[in-house]
Design a protein around this ligand. Sequence first.
Ligand code: AMP
Ligand code: ZN
Length: 147
Amino acid sequence: MSERYDPHCVFCKIARGAIPAETIVETSEAIVFLDINPVNPGHLLVVPREHHAHLCELPAAIAAHVGGLLPGLCRAVQAATGADGVNVIVNIGAAAGQTIDHGHWHVIPRFHADAVDWPWPHAEYLGDERAQMRFRIEREYKAMKAD
Ligand code: AMP
Ligand code: ZN
């Protein structure tokens, strides 16, 4: 049983079997079940058993474990729903649309004519903004890896 458990968290409760879900796969590190309010039918959630608020806080080994599940899950969703494509999405923080503060991945079957408003808009970099942005993120990433 995971030490990282929040008794108020719906995904922790599902991971422990305390509330029901339509479960597809359970592994030592993660549980995969149907989203209760799907974007399209067949929409899955891939949820690490441990309670971490979002992907940024997840141990790399757990993220790698989930990453290993994703190709097969995408194939299964596509085969079962006849989807034309699949979105794998992680929302980190309310500004990004996260509503449940227990990190998770969405696997969403997509259809050419579905009602999803996608793709999102694209901006442009001006002047050397792109190079500056690359530099800033690279610097932060290297500093965090050195911690
Ligand atoms: P997010 O907005 O990224 O935090 O995603 C949370 C998702 O959890 C939403 O798509 C909800 O429909 C889904 N959800 C909430 N409660 C449950 C539940 N009890 N069982 C399955 N999915 C749920
Ligand atoms: Zn939780």
